[in-house]
Design a protein around this ligand. Sequence first.
Ligand code: FES
Length: 507
Amino acid sequence: MQRDGATQSLWQSNVPDHADSGSMPDRPVDVLIVGGGITGLGTALRLQQMGKSCIVAESHSLCYGTTGGTTAHLNTFFDTTYDIVESDFSEDAARLLHTAARSALDLVKRNIAELGIDCGHSERDGYVYAQTADQEHQLDKMFQASVNAGAEVEYTDQIPVPFPFRKAIVYRRQAQFHPTRYVMALAKAFVAAGGRILQGCRVEQFDKVGELLSVHTSRGDIQAHWLIWATHIPPGINLLHFRNAPYRSYALALTLDNDQYPEGLAYDLYDPYHYFRTQEVDGRRYLIAGGEDHKTAHVTNTDQCFFALEAYVRNHFAVGEVAFRWSSQYYEPADGLPYIGHLPGNPEKVLVATGYSGNGMTYSHIAAMTLTDLIVKGDSGYASLFAPGRVKPVAGFMDFVKENADVVAQFVGKRIKTEKLRELADLAPGEGRLVKFEGHNIALYKNDAGKLFALNPVCTHAKCVVDWNRAEQSWDCPCHGARYSVTGDVLTGPARANLEQIDLEDL
Ligand code: FES
């Protein structure tokens, strides 16, 4: 299965790509869903089951983006903890958030039961543990607010991972599964219900023509009544690009020599935090460990993040083999809650779901419920909590915006002598680097055969400068998370256009 980087996730192995690239429709559809990940397919299936005609358009292949790179924890608690939601929003908001989370996990379970999906789903307890006095205080606040929100949570004196701890709590009825097997089964059910999937179909622009949206794609125009951006972050430039910051997280799937695989899900309270769980795939068990998160394109030597994570795990577990390692991108919303609903500045029937923080498996299903209700019933009980147009000036918001405002740079000149660049950049094969050439930045990459590739590093989305991601062999934009291949092709939006290639003249 293909994915948006050079590393391979546990979820890509032994899962074939969706084979059919689909045919274009010859009549208008009710809903065009852009993005073939868990949000897109989860929403599309629900809408199709409710009688709406739907198309899913995916620019690459199903699960190409973050769905193929998740660690697939299904939680009723979030990176934005209930005590923060209580203080920044309200107690009612925290209760509603918990209700949404519980319903999302129930929806996953129902889909699996009704469709007979074999995806290793199981309910597990989720443990959060404190290792310092400060974390203990933080944990107590989390616990009380979780109780207030309605979570099934209690203090415990045991955790399923071999770490010393001072205090721990356990959330009951959390869950885990194999995400790509789940999504591929949703896709199959969606097609069986009359839905249509278009792979290799990049959605570019749309016009409002009467009651319809005329949507321009790389494979031709599609007429739709509704448009949903389930693309992780919507393309174009809109309010949400200033309210989400892209981050990357790192994951390992390891075998253990002593068979002491954790039975539950476990999370520490460091920032960034570490997370652990076990998944059996095709008869083999893996410890999945994650962490070392950082803002996208703020670390170039991303191999180092894997090394740090592996060292941390090896200190505590009897690690046999590191079977898989992969990294993935997520969007951190400015006020801690995702944006699900009408996309500000767009026609009424254009919807979006983004800003899931590190909780995409749960939020994708909250999005599926919310967006479906908005389309089918005209409203959703969750609409105001997640409204993308909300104005929520919380503490730290200005810092967030500042952090997100990376530098704009210019580039002039498209033909450069290769030899001059060789002098500038003594790159190892497989390495990329930003180099200065006559006052301009150039994104330079050398492949394993020694051939140089030069790109204008100015991101085509809003002109920030991309940086090299060594582990994933990609050029990543720090501002809104667009990512490009070594030849400048768009891997993930919000950019629509490739990076400009610079011709290199051999002497
Ligand atoms: Fe927005 Fe690069 S993703 S400027």
